[in-house]
Design a protein around this ligand. Structure first.
Ligand SMILES: Nc1nc2c(c(=O)[nH]1)N[C@H]1C(S)=C(S)[C@@H](COP(=O)(O)O)O[C@H]1N2
Ligand SMILES: [Mo]
Length: 333
């Protein structure tokens, strides 16, 4: 379907040479002072919008202590880009949903108690051979790139952010699932010494999400390990979290410790919480209202405006085909 397109980084844009995209802000400032890369400047300034405004909770201090900090920024893959501005980093990193740290949006300081090294991801279920892998070994094996994606929370707010990480497909290939595997189940840490919310018995911990194998191997499905050209902040799901941009935000499970390849569809955290309101598929659709509010519009995070919501969050070209023949399923909640 996309055979006519060049890969993003091959686009002959001129303004956005891979080398230019790869430069850090500090290098850019030096280079601008020296003069020679003016043509690249507009793209870079857009890409780095808001970077300087990050605060101590999510910026330099957090990434300085992170052993993966030297890996970033990674090259932006221009196949995945969004018209319009990026959300400012200070908003995307201080307005969060991470119930392990409470139901408030302002958990970014509390989330700093998460310890992200050592961090092991277990790969299990219907695979050739189950294994565990440390995050830094995983980062060495995976093809890191940056993608700008739209993001749409079911609560009717949206943002546009540059994730760094790798295609989930690359991790699926590493895991070597058996043909009987039909779903990928992903689980957040459940150690209550890392997050006080895990002691709240009302919630069905640990946080679990999942995708069908067809969804997981779709080119859009992404594991984010970085954000705004740095290691991903703890409050955004360090050290690795799912990003499936055509689905409501709650599918995008954070701080993953276990990935299992299952024959049965996993029961997710939010399906257990409220099956009438939150389903397994959770594809964005402006025409299917949440039982308690409309999904037709979204509040743009950090901007004083609303925008119309688009089916599949604007990614129908990539994913609508996944759901052919599934019209009897509840695809949009
Ligand atoms: N483990 C875990 N993952 C989670 C959540 C959560 O509470 N716990 N909240 C989800 C919801 S509802 C949203 S909208 C996104 C928010 O991601 P962000 O904080 O990076 O914007 O994370 C999702 N992943
Ligand atoms: Mo959400």
């Amino acid at each position: 379907m996309h055979y006519f397109r060049k890969r993003g980084w091959e686009l002959g844009d001129g303004a956005a040479t891979p080398e230019a995209v790869f430069r850090t802000r500090r290098q850019l400032v030096k280079a601008l002072a020296a003069g020679p890369v003016l043509a690249a400047a507009p793209v870079l300034l857009t890409a780095c919008d808001g970077k300087e405004s990050s605060n101590a909770a999510n910026g330099a201090t957090a990434s300085a202590a992170d052993p993966s900090a030297h890996l970033y920024p990674v090259m932006r893959n221009l196949r995945y880009r969004v018209d319009g501005p990026l959300t400012e980093e200070r908003h995307a990193t201080t307005y969060n949903n991470f119930y392990e740290y409470g139901t408030s949006k302002y958990i970014s300081q509390d989330a700093q108690q998460l310890r992200i090294r050592p961090w092991t991801v277990k790969i299990e279920g219907a695979v050739e051979k189950p294994f565990e892998i440390g995050i830094d070994d995983l980062l060495k094996k995976m093809p890191l790139e940056e993608r700008v994606y739209r993001f749409r929370c079911v609560e009717a707010w949206g943002m546009t952010v540059p994730w760094s990480g790798f295609a989930l497909k690359a991790l699926v290939d590493l895991a070597k699932p058996l043909s009987k595997a039909k779903y990928v189940r992903m689980e957040t840490f459940g150690d209550s010494s890392l997050a006080p919310g895990l002691r709240q018995p009302f919630f069905p911990w640990p946080y679990v999400e999942g995708l069908s194998m067809a969804e997981a191997t779709n080119e859009l499905s992404f594991i984010a390990t970085g954000l705004y050209g740095k290691p991903i902040p703890k409050q955004n799901g360090a050290p690795l979290r799912l990003v499936a941009p055509w689905k409501y935000g709650f599918k995008n499970v954070k701080s993953i410790v276990r990935i299992s390849f299952d024959e049965e569809r996993p029961k997710t955290f939010w399906e257990k919480m409220g099956p009438a309101e939150y389903g397994f598929w959770a594809n964005v659709n402006p025409e299917v209202a949440h039982p308690r509010w409309s999904q037709a519009h979204e509040n743009v995070l950090g901007e004083n405006r609303r925008a119309p919501t688009v089916i599949y969050n604007g990614y129908g070209e990539y994913v609508a085909g996944l759901y052919k023949g599934m019209e009897n399923e509840s695809l949009f909640k």
